[in-house]
Ligand binder design. Structure first.
Ligand code: BDR
Ligand code: CA
Length: 311
């Protein structure tokens, strides 16, 4: 079967679900992974970069990996509680790390977009938006050169870090405001969608049955992730957020979206970091949309098929 490949740059902070997103991107034949960039978020920049490099080594990813912003543009960082001290829960990766690209992630983002055909690169940020905002400010031409931005972050209903704010957006809300404020096509794959992608015992059993090195690591990672969610959020099956954004790029029919302008709350005391989606009077020209409904069965089939192709 031949496929038209979609070229993506994955900007991430691995992160247990970030790792699954990277595996989906590396294992699906419809994705050309042009670059991987890291940003401080779930853990320090040093830790998430080491995790990304080891994951790339494990998966045989040949795309350049570069590290980026070590902190949000304005705010003080606060690491995630569910990804543990290493950023990958209780999982230790023994694979050798791939070499680190000497460029700053912001420059690798700019180079990747400008070096390729206009309209060919999709940015897939699944961590705080610090690198993407800095790249826009350093090289505004990327705004009209990218195909689209498909990001995991935000929520138009309930948050996770606070009642209304999601972790990635709340960690660097000024960066998120910059990214949502530019006139490029942005799809917000937020919590409203990702809370449908639950790693249930049935899903874990199907992943375990794949029995590749990558699948075994995912079983360990999602086990660790589920334990953290039980401890911190009292949920039995954790939402696996980040691969949902990659899945949308691979097959947009998996996710239903609604067009809406999105504003990021920067001054609220109880609502800082809230992504306010305005569903009144839908404007067909609006460049932002939010993900609403996931075809859960086909989503997990996609992830499991990708894991089966990996080493
Ligand atoms: C997001 O926050 C991080 O902890 C996850 O990796 C995901 O990107 C979910 O709110
Ligand atoms: Ca993430």
């Amino acid at each position: 079967m031949s496929h038209v490949k979609r070229t993506i740059l994955l900007d991430c902070d691995p992160g247990l679900d970030d790792a699954v997103a990277l595996m989906l991107a590396a294992g699906d034949p419809r994705i050309e992974l042009a670059a991987v960039t890291t940003v401080a978020g779930n853990q320090t920049l040093e830790k998430v970069t080491d995790n990304a490099r080891r994951l790339a080594g494990l998966l045989g990813v040949s795309a350049p990996v570069a590290s980026g912003c070590a902190r949000p543009l304005v705010r003080t960082p606060a690491w995630s509680t569910v990804h543990g001290d290493s950023g990958l829960g209780g999982v230790t990766l023994t694979a050798d790390p791939v070499p680190l690209d000497p460029r700053h992630a912001v420059d690798l983002i700019i180079d990747t977009v400008l070096d390729r055909e206009p309209g060919s690169v999709t940015l897939v940020p699944v961590g705080p938006l610090s690198n993407i905002a800095m790249a826009i400010r350093k090289e505004p031409r990327i705004i009209e050169r990218v195909r689209e931005v498909v990001l995991m972050g935000g929520a138009y209903h309930a948050g996770n870090r606070t009642a209304v704010a999601e972790f990635n957006v709340l960690t660097d809300p000024e960066a998120a405001a910059i990214v949502f404020g530019e006139p490029w096509p942005v799809t917000m794959v937020g919590l409203d969608l990702t809370w449908q992608a639950l790693a249930t015992p049935d899903v874990l059993a199907r992943i375990a049955a794949v029995d590749t090195a990558a699948a075994r690591i995912v079983v360990d990672m999602l086990g660790s992730y589920a334990a953290a969610y039980r401890a911190h959020r009292f949920l039995d099956a954790p939402p696996v957020h980040d691969p949902c954004a990659v899945a949308y790029v691979i097959d947009p029919t998996l996710i239903t979206t609604r067009r809406a302008p999105i504003a990021v709350e920067l001054t609220g005391t109880a609502t800082l970091g809230m992504t306010v989606a305005d569903f009144r009077d839908p404007d067909p020209q609006c460049s932002t949309q939010v993900a609403v409904d996931l075809d859960v069965g086909r989503f997990w089939e996609l992830v499991i098929a990708a894991l089966a192709r990996l080493p």
